[in-house]
Design a protein around this ligand. Structure first.
Ligand code: PEP
Ligand code: MG
Length: 755
């Protein structure tokens, strides 16, 4: 049943008057409760505000004992008020005392009241308090009355958010908005960053809540929804999906929601009740966020997230706001907090001001992580709900080593972390001192430690880290950050700049590894059931030889008169390499015929990252000049665990016996055929894992620049023959305990290896 709509609108008009009055926060709250009590004809109206210590304190009441204000309190989860706060949803009860959650607070004198309606005071999905009305009679409150209460709750939420209530908060506890929060996610890029929150695609704060003219607001909403639909349709049609850092599937879901009548009707209803169009969207969004926090089914949660994102877009559309913060607006110590982002979006921020990155998603080998690691940005992923918990400008600490983040940390914690940062700086200084020291083990075995790179900005690390060369240059990163397909001469210019910057140190280029999760904004992406195993990397290069030929030509020009090392990704059959090599040979002939200079020395190699190659090693080694093990993909396909899927990514230990045997087989075969072998996956950059690789016979590792110091420190304290003697027998059958990680840790502790 619905009552006439003049009621809620009248209430809002009165609320606006109260908000405009030059009175104290307490007086304003007192007036608001009187106003609501009369509007819904209730004998009681009370406001409870959530304090930082998790207690809901009575801040104002009409009808209950006034002495109880600032004295009566409940914990979250305690009583009906506590239940509403805990579950972030309304309770509408004709007979409150019959509810199992009912708790009687003697100081309030509420025993006489039977019916009870309470709604959470929400802002961006966070519960800030509870608003309650009560009556003596047994009545069920009408839908419009629930709406009126929710709308008033929004107005109170704005008062809390604007800091108005701080003045009347008890000093020792403060309000919940400023509560320190510690959360644990997954450490993705090591290091510690202290700074202030910058929200990636931030929420727009709606402050103009109450409408002057309802019809005009409805028309504004209609206009904005039409523009939103058009922009999503355009995105889907144009294939510029990756430019927005989004997936097609997400956009399809957006489109579905943007045409969803139920969602739009809810927003229209809120406008009819007197809210501005943006406040109406915010109100519906707040309810969605609250549902999202309660939702345990990951699929539904994801869809609610999409709807929430869509609401953001609609609010921005209504308020004419851009999507991201201007780069100039970044603080000097920015910690970017977002749901997820693409590698290009991270690069857009520029390295100088970024101290850390926190994501609700983000896997250990996803591209944004690889770029964050390349830039040395401490990163933590898989932090639930951080976007709604954090406010722009909040102090925050990111610990990429432990995967912890501390939002609004207490002063002593901040000091402890500042000390940790200083300690790391000292350790980094030690690593820098190692820079010019040889990579030789205690028993005199020489190693080559190289670094991975993908952009020109990585090259200064070559000097800083003391790397022997670039063991993996991911050429696709330049393509991913460009807004259109780089032409031949642009590619050539980039490659020669890289070779110039390397200043004679070897660089191993890898031909384009696009497809799969590595999408180019300007290349129409094709929907594939299983993109990691789909049309990607060399497969795409061989099917579209124009693309690969252009890249090869650019590389040959850039390396003219110098050495060119080039390897091909995702080779599954030796013949694929032979086809790629034929392309290179043809290009060289073509250049010679036209009297163009060519590289002095061309070496062509293969990335071993598809398990089928393990059974073609003898043939492969006879054709290639070198091989490089891509352990990220090899592990993904070997153990059938999607490297980007955080639910399974950590399921199997990378130091499992089967995988180590596979890695040893590759190293043995390369050594037997005298083919140089490198390992350039993320494994090489972790000291314990690198130690395992050394035990298996690898002598050439390529890793992120930040990992070079720790790996070199480990290596220089290691006795390789003792290590192999300990490790290799463990790979033979017949051991009950197959935990190689523990075996290696014990070995390191016993023999004083610096891990
Ligand atoms: C790998 O697969 O291990 C690798 C080094 O390549 P990428 O991470 O770029 O796929
Ligand atoms: Mg790979």
């Amino acid at each position: 049943m619905r009552s006439n709509l003049a009621g809620p609108r009248l209430l809002l008009r009165r609320l606006r008057e109260v908000m405009a009055e030059p009175i104290t926060a307490q007086e304003r709250l007192d007036k608001i409760v009187v106003l609501i009590a009369s509007n819904v004809v209730a004998e009681v109206c009370s406001v409870y505000i959530l304090r930082a210590d998790g207690v809901l304190e009575l801040y104002a009441t009409e009808g209950l004992n006034r002495e109880a204000v600032h004295n009566a309190s409940l914990r979250v989860g305690q009583g009906l008020v506590g239940l509403i706060a805990a579950e972030a949803r309304p309770l509408n009860l004709p007979n409150a005392s019959a509810h199992p959650g009912f708790t009687y607070l003697p100081e309030t004198g509420e025993e006489a009241y039977n019916s009870f309606l309470g709604v959470p005071i929400l802002r961006a999905g966070r519960t800030l308090g509870v608003l309650v009305v009560q009556n003596q009679s047994h009545r069920t409150y009408l839908e419009d009355e629930v709406e009126a209460l929710q709308t008033t709750a929004m107005v109170i939420a704005e008062m809390v958010a604007a800091g108005e209530l701080e003045a009347i908060a008890q000093e020792a506890t403060g309000l919940d908005l400023s509560r320190p929060i510690t959360a644990t996610g997954a450490g993705l890029s090591e290091g510690v960053g202290l700074g202030h929150v910058v929200l990636h695609e931030p929420r727009v704060v709606v402050t103009n809540l109450i409408a002057e003219d309802t019809d005009q607001e409805t028309a504004r909403l209609e206009g904005a929804i039409n523009r939103l639909r058009l922009s999503i349709d355009d995105l889907l049609a144009s294939g510029e999906i990756a430019a927005m850092g989004e997936h097609r599937e997400v956009l399809e879901a957006y489109r579905m929601f943007a045409y969803d009548r139920g969602w739009i009707r809810k927003i229209e209803d809120a406008i009819k009740n007197g809210l501005t169009a943006e406040a109406a969207v915010e109100k519906v969004q707040s309810d969605t966020r609250a549902r999202m926090l309660r939702q345990t089914d990951p699929y539904l949660r994801e869809r609610l997230h999409d709807l929430d994102d869509l609401a953001h877009r609609l609010i921005r559309e209504l308020m004419g706001r851009e999507h991201g913060p201007g780069i100039g607006e970044l603080p000097q110590d920015a910690i970017i907090v977002g749901r997820n982002m693409g590698a290009a979006e991270l690069l857009d921020y520029g390295r100088d001001r970024i101290r850390g990155l926190v994501l609700e998603e983000g896997g250990p080998t996803s591209h944004v992580t690889i770029v964050a690691r390349a830039l040395g940005i401490p990163t933590v992923g898989l932090v639930d709900d951080i976007v709604s918990l954090a406010d722009a400008g909040d102090a925050i600490i990111v610990d990429g080593d432990t995967g912890e983040i501390h939002l609004r940390p207490a002063a002593d914690l901040e000091n402890a972390y500042a000390e940790k940062v200083r300690f790391r700086a000292r350790r980094q200084a030690q690593y820098r001192r190692l820079r010019s020291k040889p990579s030789v083990t205690k028993d005199g075995v020489e190693f080559s430690l190289q670094m991975n790179a993908g952009l020109l900005i990585d090259l200064p690390h070559l000097e800083e880290s003391g790397a022997a060369g670039v063991g993996l240059f991911r050429t696709e990163l330049q393509f991913m950050v460009a807004s259109s397909f780089p032409r031949m001469h642009e590619q050539q210019a980039q490659y020669s700049q890289i070779l110039d910057a390397a200043d004679g140190k070897p660089v191993t280029f890898r031909s384009l590894d696009i497809g799969g999760d590595k999408v180019l904004p300007y290349l129409r992406s094709i929907q594939e059931e299983n993109p990691a195993m789909g049309w990607r990397a060399l497969r795409l290069g061989l099917d579209r030889p124009g693309l690969l030929r252009t890249q090869i030509r650019a590389l040959l020009h850039a390396a003219a008169g110098r050495d060119l090392k080039l390897m091909f990704p995702m080779v599954a059959e030796v013949d694929e390499f032979l086809q790629a090599r034929a392309l290179v040979d043809r290009e060289v002939k073509h250049l010679r015929r036209h009297n163009h200079p060519v590289p002095e020395n061309i070496r062509l190699g293969v990335m071993v990252e598809v398990p089928s190659l393990l059974f073609q090693l003898d043939e492969l080694m006879t054709y290639v000049d070198f091989v490089s093990v891509g352990s990220n993909d090899l592990f993904q396909f070997f153990c059938a665990v999607d490297r980007g899927n955080t639910r399974v990514a950590e399921r199997f230990d990378t130091l499992n016996v089967a995988f180590l045997r596979a890695l040893k087989t590759i190293a043995d075969s390369a050594n037997k055929h005298h083919v140089p072998v490198t390992l350039c996956g993320e494994l090489a950059g972790r000291p314990l894992e690198a130690m395992a690789l050394i035990g298996l016979g690898y002598r050439d590792l390529s890793m992120s620049p930040a990992a070079l110091g720790p790996v070199k420190a480990m290596l220089r304290t290691l006795d390789t023959s003792r290590l192999s003697a300990r490790l290799l027998p463990r790979l033979e059958p017949g051991h009950d305990d197959n935990n190689i990680r523990d075996v290696l840790k014990r070995f390191a502790a016993e023999t004083d290896v610096a891990l």
